[in-house]
Design a binder for this molecule. Structure first.
Ligand SMILES: [Zn+2]
Length: 433
């Protein structure tokens, strides 16, 4: 068919009209990685929010914003040279299995504080756990070690033979000293047990990166006859002592004296035995006290632990580096958030339309992760630092656009974006002298 000039005009006009309506009625969707950004003028600073430990308390409604920390641990059982006074190999391995799962259980099932009476202190999960960690360079290593040594099998915390502060056992037997939290399990000196004046108590002590835990073996085997029946009342104390001592490693103090830096851990009389009359009719169940329950951490204590694990390199080295790869589902931002703490994330981030995520501190993204900013969403890097903590690269910031509506990114107060696969040219504001 030969089109007349008139027909051609009609067809072209029809196509243009369709194109117009198609484009205006169906906005085009596109994505692109942020490639340049101009810093916006400085605003009033909030102060150093990143060092405020309360900002590290996990939000129970958004636990994914505080990934679980994994603390690497190993265990040393020390007997005397005769092979006495502590668990043998079979018993020790069983003990580790039992103590580790019970200690992790207490961290997971955090309990309500008993003090002060009638409190409404929130109960939130500790968001850290322990993992038995052998030496990766030794295929035969299981992370549980047995030593026979007359100088180190015992722990004494008072008197002239006191050795609790002595660190020689760590110097001699410590394994992966800077990367794994070494737990030394010692017991009573056999001569002490022969003395009638010896006070038989469970004691432990914490150092910067390792702990001594005492009397697990004796406690496990201590029999008390109740109504003619054998009972083992101390059998379930070992893991509580372990949580307590490791709490010290991660900067927690005893709560009863009132100088632990936490307002939600009240002063009290630190009673082990309970009575019906004061002062021991009100007793604590906090992990950082001396009490048989030791099953409660307060939000302040948990915030302090996470602050320490995130910002103190010597403690941070004891963590399994779970944040180097994508291990978790994306964090989806569905309301406005201000992240005022440092974070080591294990996932992508998606900021959904209509919401703003403000980042004020260091945030590590895992290899290949990206931050997606959907149309109508906003990402503000307000003095924060986005980077990869593992010497790798994360993808960068992906802007989603729907027609004229696109995701917004704002950089201010010296914010930094580093280690991205897709390079970002940052134009800084020239400060007037
Ligand atoms: Zn203590």
């Amino acid at each position: 068919m030969i089109l007349t000039f008139y027909n051609k005009i009609i067809i072209i006009s029809f196509c243009m009209i369709m194109l117009f309506f198609f484009n205006s009625c169906t906005p085009q969707f596109s994505t692109s990685f942020l490639s340049s950004i101009t810093e916006t003028p400085p605003t009033e600073k909030l102060g150093n929010v990143c060092s405020d430990k309360s900002n590290y308390i996990p939000d129970p409604n958004y636990l994914s914003h505080t990934p679980d920390r994994v603390v690497k641990v190993n265990f040393h059982f020390i007997q005397n040279s005769q092979g006495e006074a502590n668990f043998n190999e079979k018993e020790g391995i069983e003990c580790v299995d039992r103590v580790l799962s019970a200690a992790n259980g207490n961290l997971w099932y955090n309990q309500k504080m008993l003090l002060p009476k009638g409190n409404d202190t929130p109960v939130i999960p500790a968001r850290y756990k322990y993992e038995l960690t052998p030496d990766p360079n030794d295929p035969d290593d299981d992370g549980i070690y047995f030593h026979q040594d007359d100088d180190f099998y015992y722990l004494i915390n008072r008197g002239k033979d006191r050795n609790n502060y002595n660190q020689d056992v760590f110097k001699k037997y410590g394994i992966q000293k800077n990367e794994v939290l070494n737990i030394f399990v010692q017991d009573h000196h056999l001569d002490s047990l022969k003395s009638e004046t010896y006070k038989d108590s469970m004691t432990g002590i914490a150092f910067k990166t390792w702990v001594k835990c005492g009397m697990w073996y004796s406690a496990e085997n201590e029999v008390v006859i109740v109504d003619g029946v054998e009972t083992y009342p101390k059998r379930w104390l070992a893991h509580k002592q372990m949580n307590h001592e490791i709490g010290h490693v991660f900067s927690l103090g005893h709560t009863w004296a009132g100088n632990d830096g936490c307002e939600d851990t009240p002063n009290h009389s630190n009673c082990w035995e309970r009575t019906t009359s004061p002062p021991c009719n009100e007793y604590s169940n906090n992990i950082m006290d001396y009490n048989p329950l030791r099953n409660a951490f307060t939000p302040c204590q948990i915030g302090r632990v996470h602050y320490t694990l995130t910002n103190r390199d010597i403690k941070r080295n004891l963590l399994k580096r779970t944040w180097c790869a994508i291990n978790q589902k994306p964090i989806v931002i569905k309301k406005d958030f201000q992240w005022n703490s440092c974070k080591d994330l294990e996932s992508h981030i998606v900021v959904e339309s209509g919401n703003t995520l403000t980042i004020r501190c260091r945030v590590s993204l895992p290899k290949d992760a990206k931050i997606e900013v959907l149309p109508g969403a906003k990402l503000i890097i307000d003095g924060g630092r986005l980077h990869n903590d593992c010497g790798e690269q994360w993808q960068g910031i992906e802007i989603h656009k729907m027609g004229r509506n696109e995701g917004q990114v704002q950089l201010m107060n010296g914010g930094v974006i580093e280690n991205t696969v897709h390079p970002i040219d940052i134009k800084r504001i020239v400060q007037k002298p």
